[in-house]
Write a protein that binds this ligand. Structure first.
Ligand code: ADP
Ligand code: MG
Length: 395
């Protein structure tokens, strides 16, 4: 593979065949079907989803592929190629928050969340394999949940629409896995389409597909995985969320989404010093999503660059969720010719995206790798983000 080639994900057909074979080895017979759900990068609109705001994610070509077959004995038997080799066996009727630990709580949580909605789902054999880097801020957790939700929807004939599947997946992550995430990751994993970014309204779950033609404009979107593991289950994310809710309460609005840019200055003057920067980030970030959508709609994706870099500064200085590695990746990428760069995902590590002219891709990659080596950081992993399809049945 050349220094900056797209990593091959082999295509849906090959992935379905490989997971079908893996399923037979683990469970002793063929799956009834195979489903895939992607990881994502968020172009802009970070920490806005739980403020009822806007975001602009796109799905990655990297997916979690999951083979499934119903069982009639009420057992859920789970196996991951990225797990410890063992099959986790659970009784569906006994699923409850706190009862399952480790990775199995994500797929088990989806089954629990479906049953919480009163849907008539039972047991299944599941086997999965994923090309989404785990813990890199590219939402392998949502890919796992959404692949499970799509598989159960197909197996049990539920016919849930995209936003309903995303809500089930988010409920699983929040209430069963114990991670207080918003809805953006799951909406991206379910609702994205190839060639477009997804303009998401987190309050209504209205979505709009916004064509994002990188190649036609001589651009590439690099993903620089800093390999710093974030942990959204830790208290920082929950504290930020609580801070935003407290600020909305003090300002007398249902959510920070309801604060207009024109009212920001007056609002900041009213708020305690610890809350004002959070509010400034959320309001300016929602505004940046609108500008980014306008730029893509006008056929000017290069105009995203400045918005990405401004978004990063806001996350670093106001929201304070960046870290030395993400800051350095952004700085080195921009200095080497990227049009703009920012951390993507919840922060405290994870990945940086950099919008680069094709001719600068190699130089940007080299510059970031060199800067990391000079700083004594572990070498970053580099992928290329190509706007790809959301969750789907592939066999
Ligand atoms: P991210 O979503 O950014 O990758 P998270 O911490 O939210 O990071 O989710 C990562 C967790 O999701 C892993 O620790 C693991 O429990 C689970 N997970 C994701 N993908 C897989 C997989 N293919 N096999 C097993 N567990 C997985
Ligand atoms: Mg996650």
């Amino acid at each position: 593979m050349s220094a900056d080639a797209v990593p091959s994900t082999g295509g849906d057909e090959a992935a379905a065949a490989a997971v079908g074979r893996g399923f037979e080895e683990v469970h002793g017979r063929a799956p009834e079907g195979v489903w895939a759900a992607p990881g994502r990068v968020n172009l802009i609109g970070e920490h806005t989803d739980y403020n009822d705001g806007f975001a602009l994610p796109m799905a990655l070509p990297q997916t979690t592929v999951l083979g499934a077959r119903r069982r009639t004995d009420g057992l859920l038997r789970l196996h991951s190629a990225q797990g410890d080799g063992r099959v986790t066996e659970l009784r569906v009727a006994g699923l409850a928050p706190g009862a399952v630990t480790g990775w199995a709580r994500y797929p088990a949580g989806v089954v629990w969340a479906l049953r919480e909605r009163g849907l008539p789902v039972g047991g299944a054999d599941l086997h999965l394999d994923s090309s989404v880097p785990v813990g890199a801020g590219l939402s392998s957790s949502a890919a796992l949940e959404c692949a499970t939700a799509a598989a159960y929807d197909g197996l049990y004939g539920l016919r849930l629409d995209g936003p309903e599947l995303a809500r089930v997946a988010q409920h699983a992550e929040n209430a069963f896995a114990g991670v207080p995430c918003g809805i953006m990751d799951q909406m991206a994993s379910v609702c994205c389409v190839e060639g477009s970014a997804l303009r998401l309204d987190s309050r209504t779950l209205d979505v709009r597909q916004v064509p994002f033609d990188l190649t036609g404009h001589g651009l590439r979107l690099l993903v620089l995985d800093t390999r710093v593991q974030h942990d959204l289950a830790d208290g920082a994310y929950a504290a930020l969320r609580a801070g935003c809710e407290r600020a909305a309460g003090l300002l007398g609005v249902p959510a920070l989404r309801d604060l207009a840019t024109a009212d920001l200055c007056a609002a900041l003057a009213e708020l305690p010093r610890d809350l004002a920067p959070l509010v400034r980030h959320v309001v300016t970030e929602n505004d940046r999503v609108g500008r980014a959508v306008d730029a893509l709609t006008a056929g000017a994706p290069e105009a995203l660059g400045a918005l990405l870099t401004a978004g990063h500064a806001s996350l670093r200085d106001d929201y304070r969720v960046s870290c030395p590695e993400t800051d350095l990746a952004v700085e080195a990428a921009v200095a080497a010719g990227a049009l703009g760069a920012r951390m993507t995902g919840g922060g405290f590590g994870g990945s940086v995206i950099a919008l680069v002219p094709v001719d600068s891709a190699r130089a940007v990659r080299r510059a970031v790798t060199g800067a990391f080596a000079a700083a004594g950081f572990a070498a970053p992993a580099v992928l290329e983000a190509v706007p790809s399809a959301g969750a789907r049945r592939i066999a």
